[in-house]
Write a protein that binds this ligand. Structure first.
Ligand code: ZN
Length: 157
């Protein structure tokens, strides 16, 4: 990676880590999940508001943890806004690949712009113990959306 690009990515992570976006309890959230990464001590609670059409109207989080976990959650809440649950699941899978390998297969295809925004975190693949810090927010999102699906199935019967 070029040094300039590495510096830029570093700056994005530091900025989001220090001043996480959407860092608050979301009133009226209809999906909530907690995430815990005991390896590093990162913990978060994620609030998601899914519209009746199945789009993520808003996502917010609270918690504490290392700069990478906070920056990743911050970027995640920004990136999934307006996405369908299927798109969010696709992003989650692609982000996991990106964090583990540093490269994103089929990132040129769908959701390329979104993956571009998450690129600053690709560098964690060089530090295997930090991969979980970066993926915690996405695991928590999956849990929140999965719970909601069960609730919806239960109430529609
Ligand atoms: Zn961490």
């Amino acid at each position: 990676m070029f040094d300039d690009l590495r510096d830029l990515y570093q700056e994005v992570i530091l900025d989001h880590g220090r001043k996480p976006r959407n860092f608050r309890r979301l009133e009226g959230a209809n999906r909530v999940a907690r995430g815990d990464n005991p390896l590093c001590g990162d913990r978060m609670e994620l609030f998601v508001n899914v519209s009746p059409e199945g789009r993520i109207a808003e996502a917010a989080f609270q918690g504490r943890g290392c700069a990478i976990s906070m920056a990743s959650a911050s970027l995640m809440t920004e990136t999934v806004r307006g996405k369908t649950q299927a798109e969010a699941a696709e992003l989650s899978g692609k982000f996991r690949e990106l964090a583990m390998s540093g490269v994103c297969p089929d990132c040129g295809a769908s959701l390329a712009g979104e993956m571009e925004r998450l690129q600053p975190l690709a560098g964690v693949h060089e530090f295997p113990s930090r991969v979980k810090c970066a993926t915690l927010a996405w695991h928590t999102l999956n849990a929140a959306l999965a719970d909601g699906a069960e609730e919806r199935n239960a109430t529609s019967e």
